[in-house]
Design a protein around this ligand. Structure first.
Ligand code: ZN
Length: 416
């Protein structure tokens, strides 16, 4: 019997060849990919994935929102499957690895088990979640969100792209609406391998990020009412400069986030100034403060302080201020057992690793609501992602897929 020992490894060349083969579908203009969800290229990528899965002896199931589930049977007919996977869709100017590594790393894991004739108690199911990217049809992680009961299927299917095309119609058009009820599958566990999309692992010289949490976020829209007046003829003491009030509040935003270092972050990325004219003092500003942290109480504290300190600044300047919460996403704490399986796999295999918090959203963040879930991250060059220049090394891909293999077979149980 082949044990889950140190020598058990995926085939890095085969994994790499599959990544490069998939990248030929929906090529970008600068060496990356444009394989947006529910396009003809998406359909072609799905067909290739299905062909590979069937060649590896798996059975493909597709649900009514296009999520693909390729299953390798286990020895226990009553055991729930261990899921692995991510997404094959890309940004319009996306890379070759974001999402794809998690799906094809899952496929490589199955090919490796087949080569070594290793049987597992639990089935293993490799998944491609529909529309993770959310560029063509917002929001991101749409179909995994429906699967996890966060969104209704009708709501998702009514989403429209920039040309007014409906998600549900496009799913039918490319022929990937399956018959399974969305979310009906039950999972023993789920593991998602993904590139980091940030600079930490490379800077720290680590092969593996053991993802313990996903950042939560809170968006508060702030409106300040001052008074438009001439920038030349209004004396300084008589001004109600809403832009200045915003500047003072943004200093506070920085201070508030830094007071929860190192994990909390805060900034205003969206700012509208009215009337936005060179010689008019801003009479109104509207901006959105984005706070993020892996801890819910920290997010709540940052929101509360923004409101009280923002109100104090506006009062002192004799201006009206309004706060409106316009978006939010609670932090995710991944399953302790699954996280431990990832960390001990990295340890056993001798890969350098560190615990890390995912700054971006992933399908695993939704699936964590319905099944024990964890994520494995591998570095990417300069932390660059959502960019055609996104790059990883074959060694990083191997490390990530090896840790995935070991975490999964430990969870699925090797049968002698
Ligand atoms: Zn992704």
């Amino acid at each position: 019997m082949a044990a889950a020992g140190q020598n058990l490894s995926i085939d890095p060349d085969r994994l790499w060849d599959s990544l490069m083969e998939m990248a030929k579908i929906g090529p970008g203009v600068a060496g990356g990919n444009n394989r947006q969800t529910l396009t003809d290229a998406d359909s072609e990528g799905r067909h290739l994935f299905q062909k590979w899965c069937e060649a590896a002896g798996m059975t493909m199931g597709v649900d009514a929102i296009g999520n693909m589930f390729a299953t390798r049977p286990g020895t226990d007919p009553d055991a729930l499957p261990v899921y692995v996977g991510s997404h094959l869709d890309t940004q319009p100017t996306g890379g070759k690895y974001d999402g794809v590594l998690g799906v094809l790393g899952g496929l490589e894991l199955i090919r490796t088990l087949n080569d070594l004739n290793i049987k597992t108690k639990h089935p293993i199911c490799v998944t491609n979640w529909t529309n993770e990217e959310g560029t063509r049809f917002a929001p991101a992680m749409l179909a995994s969100g429906v699967f996890a009961g966060v969104h209704t299927q009708d709501w998702a299917e009514d989403k429209r792209d920039a040309e007014g095309k409906r998600f549900g119609d496009e799913l039918d058009r490319i022929g990937w609406r399956g018959t399974e009820e969305v979310g009906a599958r039950k999972m023993h566990a789920m593991f998602e391998l993904h590139i980091e999309q940030g600079p930490i692992l490379e800077a720290e010289g680590k092969d593996i990020g053991v993802v313990t949490h996903g950042q939560g976020l809170s968006w508060t829209q702030v409106t300040i009412h001052g008074k438009d007046s001439h920038t030349g003829s209004t004396p300084m003491p008589m001004r109600k400069n809403a832009g200045l009030a915003m500047a003072r509040i943004l200093e506070k935003v920085e201070e508030i986030a830094l007071s929860h270092a190192p994990h909390a972050v805060g900034a205003a990325g969206h700012i509208d100034v009215y009337p936005n004219s060179r010689n008019v003092i801003p009479g109104k500003v509207v901006f959105t403060v984005d706070f993020r942290s892996p801890t819910l109480s920290v997010i709540e504290d940052m929101e509360t302080r923004l409101r009280s300190e923002g109100q104090a600044i506006a009062d002192a300047m004799d201006m009206q201020i309004e706060f409106e919460k316009v978006g939010g996403f609670d932090p995710v704490t991944f399953d302790e057992g699954c996280v431990t399986a990832v960390r001990s796999a990295a340890e056993r295999l001798g890969y350098s690793h560190m615990d890390i918090i995912s700054g971006a959203g992933h399908d695993a963040c939704w699936i964590n609501r319905v099944a024990p879930t964890a994520m494995i991250m591998c570095p990417c060059v300069d932390g660059l992602s959502h960019n055609e220049a996104e790059e990883i090394t074959k060694d990083w891909a191997k490390a990530g897929a090896d840790v995935l293999l070991h975490a999964v077979i430990e969870t699925a149980g090797v049968v002698a």
